[in-house]
Design a protein around this ligand. Structure first.
Ligand code: FAD
Length: 419
């Protein structure tokens, strides 16, 4: 009996713990918090502190550093349940967890001892990590914000330019403008990152920067930078369409001095074993399942056309179609998470699960909104928030297109068939 699809009693216990927390502490408040107009005032520390007290920010920290020592399967179950109540809360945990994985795989023993223990022993229970990586764009290019303000227009693309600019995702790393310059035993970091999850809220950042000012070919480094380090400041906080219970904003590094001992030296050379992408799948499976449950419950009570709408065939087909998508998406998530926990090497099911679950969540929330009819569009019903929260999936972490062209197609091209 090689295949067993059931959860262990321990996995079921942590899933249930996360669900009860999500149902009691997050769900009743998520809609009201989502509506707050001031995006800088939403981040619900009290919810996060309670979740952290239950260990939700420590699942991936090995037991020898005082963490829960759980795997990706268990962590995905937690993130999925939290996201069932609110996608933004789930995403905050996903981003934090992904950095724990990177630190675990590429960090030195001293770095792990210091920062895993800092998370476990944080008296405030406010230890989150973030990943400042994305930037505004290449210096000299037109800025997206200028575009939004109607100031930028690059004109049509000429045939010669079209021929020159093929899609080469590897080049993006060379476009990084945040730079780390050597100075004795330190690196001095300058640059601005944008859209960063938990910017101004996290306690530790795993920051990427291009090493050396002169050439884009010198390579990239990943640096551990405490959020309150001299030279770190925070800029614009984004006013987002959805997932408003996580905070996203600019992180600015101005002559920020980082000891060389705080670089993750193995990051660029040691192959990754586990991928955090699978936790994005957990976020969007949680959102999709909630939308399904809301649509099913509504279809059972709404009376129209001589019957409750669950008796209408079109609604029945929508319910079945949603269920099939969610179940297949969750199976792919569990497969990717299980592969991660076997530590057999980085597996591309992570990227597939991210892409599939985010597309499923967009599609399912759309169908669920349709089941609600006009009420689906009203803000005092749950669907419009779920729809907004779902739409982030294909965009963040890396767009689904970027994962396909940058990662998946190389893997697929190396095989004759898929399994
Ligand atoms: C809510 C939110 C949270 C985020 N959190 C973080 C975070 O914590 N840390 C962090 O570093 N970043 C974060 N990001 C940034 C996120 O990873 C990027 O927005 C995403 O990777 C897309 O990059 P971009 O916004 O620059 O879009 P662009 O790169 O400008 O993409 C625009 C379009 O072009 C396409 N495209 C771009 N390049 C290619 C290519 N090479 N091949 C094919 N198509 C391409 C894209 O698919 C997309 O359709 C977050 C973003 C959001 C919205």
């Amino acid at each position: 009996m090689a295949i067993d699809f059931s959860l262990t009693p321990e996995q079921e216990a942590i899933r249930k713990l996360a669900h009860e927390f999500a149902d009691k502490e997050v769900k009743p408040r998520a809609q009201e918090l989502d509506r707050l107009a001031d995006a800088t005032a939403i981040f619900p520390w009290d919810i996060y502190e309670k979740g952290n007290r239950l260990g939700f920010n420590k699942t991936l920290i090995p037991a020898k550093y005082g963490g829960l020592g759980l795997g990706e399967v268990e962590t995905c179950l937690v993130v999925e349940e939290l996201s069932w109540a609110d996608g933004g809360i789930g995403s905050t945990y996903f981003v934090h967890n992904m950095q724990l994985l990177t630190l675990g795989e590429s960090g030195s023993e001293e770095q792990k001892e210091k920062w895993f223990r800092a998370c476990v022993n944080d008296p405030e229970e406010r230890f989150f990590m973030s990943l400042p990586w994305t930037e505004h764009g290449v210096a000299g290019n037109l800025s997206p914000r200028d575009f939004a303000a109607g100031r930028a227009n690059n004109g049509p693309i000429l045939p010669a330019e079209w021929a020159m600019q093929s899609t080469v995702p590897q080049l993006e790393q060379r476009e990084m403008t945040t730079v780390a310059v050597e100075d004795g035993d330190d690196w001095i970091i300058n640059g601005t990152k944008r859209f960063i999850t938990s910017a101004g809220r996290s306690k530790l950042m795993l920051t990427s920067a291009r090493k050396g000012q002169a050439s884009p070919d010198v390579g990239m480094g990943l640096f551990l930078i405490p959020a309150d380090a001299p030279g770190v400041s925070y800029g614009h906080i984004e006013d987002k369409m959805g997932q408003r219970l996580m905070q996203n904003g600019e992180v600015i590094f101005q002559d920020c001095r980082v000891p060389k001992s705080d670089e993750l030296k193995d990051y660029m050379t040691k192959p990754r074993v586990r991928g955090g992408d699978v936790e994005v799948a957990a976020v969007f499976n949680g959102i999709a399942r909630r939308a399904y449950e809301e649509a099913l419950a509504y279809a059972r009570i709404r009376y129209k056309g001589g019957a409750r709408i669950i008796f209408h065939q079109a609604v029945q087909m929508a319910i079945c179609d949603m269920a099939i998508k969610i179940l297949t998406s969750r199976l792919l998530m569990l497969k990717a998470a299980w592969e991660n926990d076997q530590e057999t090497g980085f597996n591309n099911y992570n990227g597939m699960a991210k892409i599939y679950s985010s597309d499923v969540a967009v599609s399912v929330t759309n169908q669920a909104m349709q089941v609600f009819g006009g009420y689906g569009y009203m803000r005092d019903f749950p669907m419009e928030k779920l729809y907004r929260d779902a739409r982030l999936g294909p965009i963040y972490h890396a767009t689904n297109e970027m994962i396909m062209v940058g990662q998946l197609v190389r893997w697929l091209a190396s095989m004759d068939t898929i399994y």
